[in-house]
Design a protein around this ligand. Structure first.
Ligand SMILES: [Zn+2]
Length: 414
């Protein structure tokens, strides 16, 4: 591939810095180059700097990308999504609008279980077509890397089918996908009242197959007292760790019930949700270097006002991550700029902090910080040319932001 130069950026927001997740005041340091430029060779970033410095390196064959005086950032990294599911739950959305709660709908057999029934019935090809459509939504919003969980199959075969679809989405679209096994997302209909039996299925049959076929990098568990309590979640995650998988946890979403504490005890990569996490749990996460993944889109979508205590976490030195939690029930949102806006207005994060949380910190949580999450020499040429002159406009113009251009692995995809 020829040499490519990106020029004419009002702000080249590089996020260059220490080779580790950013904490405290570092989350507000974006390493912006005004009138910056970038040189790309073979889909990798070769040089980043002032326009004059980069232009001196060009030859007559260099292909020029003119950013048109706009802001350029790294492609967003969405570290918590449920990419693969069949059907949608617009009917439940309407019910929630009339005042029925998310938990009440779940008790009536709706919620995750209704998506599980449809996802089990769908063929692998049907699910791949849906996942590819979702991949286009992510890319169009400027997201070039996602984490993608299983969890709408809940049988051995259906969970493996979903993880294969994640891999096929990665192979057939420009979106980079990191697979996570979430067999313990919910107790399926046929195991209601026999949670212990389902946990044995996850540990004895699903996890060994996931590891054998290398279908996931991480294992996640939905840790809430009425679903998988701290003890059960711990057993599943310890089994996953013995098989070499990294650990993530859905925790403290509806109550402070030990999810974050468990993540700290196991040294998990991330603890996700944390809307009800208390000060002692925050201190435990900090001591264990667990990254919190905050999901304000799901708080907004279920009509709650109980957002995670982001400011306390940043002050405690946690390397905060933001993600969409994209799923058909509690967060039908694929846009990181929307999530960043919610984080600013509802959790009082600054625009700079949200950008760090949506790029380099998210990449760190997926062990991908050497490849993506900032614009630095040697990294993949994943970047977004925003319809903006200043990065603060990204969360500020809520719902109107559409990137002018998106590049993934050096190729223009939007
Ligand atoms: Zn989730």
């Amino acid at each position: 591939m020829a040499l490519v130069a990106l020029v004419n950026c009002s702000q080249l927001v590089t996020l260059a810095g220490a080779n580790r997740p950013r904490v405290g005041a570092e989350m507000r340091e974006l390493a912006i180059i005004h009138d910056g430029a970038m040189l790309i060779r073979d889909a990798r970033i070769e040089a980043v700097g002032a326009r004059s410095k980069i232009e001196a390196l060009l030859n007559s064959d260099t292909q020029i990308i003119d950013a048109g005086g706009r802001v350029v950032t790294p492609g967003f990294v969405d570290a918590h999504t449920h990419l693969v599911f069949a059907g949608n739950r617009a009917d439940e959305f309407e019910m929630r609008c009339s005042g029925i709660t998310y938990q009440e709908i779940a008790r009536q057999g709706g919620g995750i279980r209704s998506t599980v029934r449809r996802t089990r019935d769908a063929t692998e090809n049907e699910l791949l077509a849906v996942a590819q459509k979702h991949a286009r939504w992510f890319l169009r919003s400027g997201t070039t890397t996602i984490e993608a969980k299983s969890g709408y199959g809940l049988t051995v075969e259906a969970e493996m089918k979903i993880l294969r679809v994640v891999r096929e989405t990665e192979e057939t679209t420009p979106l980079r996908c990191v697979p996570t096994f979430l067999g313990a997302h919910e107790v399926p209909d046929e195991f209601v009242g026999r949670t212990g039996g389902y946990i044995e299925l996850v540990i004895d049959e699903m996890l060994p197959l996931v590891a054998l076929h290398k279908l996931a990098s991480f294992c996640d568990v939905f840790c809430e007292p009425h679903i998988f309590d701290q003890h059960s979640a711990g057993r599943i995650l310890e089994a996953a760790r013995r098989l070499g998988l990294g650990l993530r946890i859905h925790g403290d979403q509806f109550s402070c019930s030990g999810g974050a504490m468990l993540a700290a005890r196991l040294g998990a990569a991330t603890a996700d949700h944390l809307e009800h996490t208390d000060a002692a749990s925050i201190a435990a996460l900090a001591a264990a270097n667990v990254q919190p993944i905050l999901l304000p889109g799901s708080v907004y979508s279920i009509g709650s006002r109980h957002y995670a205590p982001a400011r306390a976490m940043i002050e405690a030195g946690l390397a905060v991550v933001l993600a969409t939690d994209f799923n058909p029930g509690s967060s039908p949102i694929a846009s990181m700029p929307v999530v960043m806006s919610l984080a600013c207005t509802q959790m009082k994060m600054t625009p700079a902090e949200t950008l760090t949380a949506a790029t380099i910190n998210a990449a760190s949580s997926l062990n991908l910080a050497a490849q993506v999450g900032s614009l630095e020499r040697g990294k993949s040429a994943d970047f977004v040319v925003h319809e903006a002159g200043d990065y603060r406009e990204i969360p500020y113009f809520l719902g109107t932001q559409r990137p002018a251009m998106v590049y993934a692995k050096g190729e223009r995809v939007v």
